[in-house]
Design a protein around this ligand. Structure first.
Ligand code: ADP
Length: 327
């Protein structure tokens, strides 16, 4: 039953895309319907809100999407939404459709936008964390992270086959501008000899010493997983450094790039997205406004948007130590 004042919700995906966003859209829309609400899809994030690219989901609007990567609503970045004038246009368009509340699926940038919007207008916003980077506070994981790690692991396993065959040293770059979660999880899972992440200053002298000792023992196969945001310039920077310091070594590199964003979401991401989408609507109907839905220790938690955007999740000392120990 719906006793709240909310009868129409809008949903959008914004910022970087992540596998599982479709599963979140589906859960938001289906839960809204189950409480008798109408659901509207806003195309291309905040840009679509400003351009009035808004339409009501029809009965089959979220059919056959739970397994699809990307986002059926498209995503975008909008400079105009960062201005009060842009947000006013967006608000006027929501009002044209009588939309009472907004569900924003995206990363911390998108939540900053949602926070600015809800500060200015009487339209409650709920954030669902969708980003492959995982580094958001208020939740143990984010939609897309598990899939991205599995994609990276699958690709690195294949690289290891050819690396072993040729007895080479390989530097593989995974995504993460500021966060090393994909690197540490995929690096540990693929038995990487070294994992370089932005959160911890890499000791390149130690790295080269280790590699030299291994070369001396005729162990030529070495896998280095590096984050794109690493201070030495990702895979390219590390490869160039190693070529200079280990002139005899056969070194190749591979940047995994955008394949990590695409593909069918894992079951873990589909479940997380469905759980978060369901609770986004439930919390709106219970009058919990301007919060991000998270899951911590398998319990749903709501964090005010203004707190969620201030803090970052950081890799635990335990995992840093494990990575160092087993590399
Ligand atoms: P993500 O959500 O993946 O972190 P971005 O940082 O690119 O992605 O943010 C997505 C969009 O959110 C931006 O293009 C902009 O429209 C909006 N946004 C980000 N920060 C703000 C802000 N401080 N005020 C208003 N809108 C913002």
């Amino acid at each position: 039953m719906n006793d709240s004042k909310i009868s129409r919700i809008g949903v959008l995906t914004s910022g970087g895309d992540a596998p599982g966003m479709n599963a979140a859209i589906r859960a938001v829309v289906k839960t809204a319907w189950s409480f008798g609400l109408d659901a509207y899809g806003i195309t291309r994030g905040y840009s679509g809100m400003i351009d009035n690219d808004i339409s009501k989901f029809d009965k089959r609007g979220v059919s056959n999407i739970i397994q699809r990567g990307g986002t059926i609503l498209k995503t975008a970045r909008s400079k105009e939404f960062q201005t009060p004038e842009g947000r006013k246009k967006a608000h006027d368009n929501l009002k044209k459709h009588n939309i009472d509340a907004l569900v924003v699926i995206g990363g911390d940038g998108s939540f900053r936008g949602a926070q600015a919007f809800s500060n200015e207008f009487d339209i409650p916003c709920i954030g669902i964390p969708g980003t492959i980077d995982k580094d958001m506070a208020g939740t143990d994981s984010t939609i897309g992270f598990d899939t991205a790690v599995n994609t990276a692991v699958g690709a690195i396993d294949k690289i290891r086959d050819t690396m072993e065959a040729h007895e080479r040293l390989f530097v593989v770059e995974v995504m993460g501008r500021d966060a090393g979660y994909i690197a540490i999880n995929s690096g540990i899972s693929t038995g990487a000899e070294s994992i370089l992440i932005p959160e911890k200053k890499a000791d390149l002298i130690k790295l080269v010493n280790n590699l030299s000792q291994k070369e001396a023992k005729q162990k030529h196969v070495n896998l280095i997983v590096v984050t794109e945001g690493d201070e030495y310039g990702g895979a390219e920077g590390i490869k160039n450094y190693l070529k200079l310091t280990l002139p005899g070594a056969d070194i190749k590199m591979c940047i995994l790039g955008h394949i990590q964003r695409g593909g069918s979401p894992s079951a873990v991401d589909r479940l997380l997205a469905t759980r978060m989408g369901y609770h986004a609507i439930k919390c709106l109907l219970e009058g919990k406004y301007n919060v991000m839905v998270g899951v911590i220790n398998d319990k749903v938690k709501f964090t005010p948007l203004n707190e969620a955007v201030k803090a970052k999740q950081t890799i635990s000392e335990e995992w840093l130590t494990i990575a160092e120990t087993v590399s």
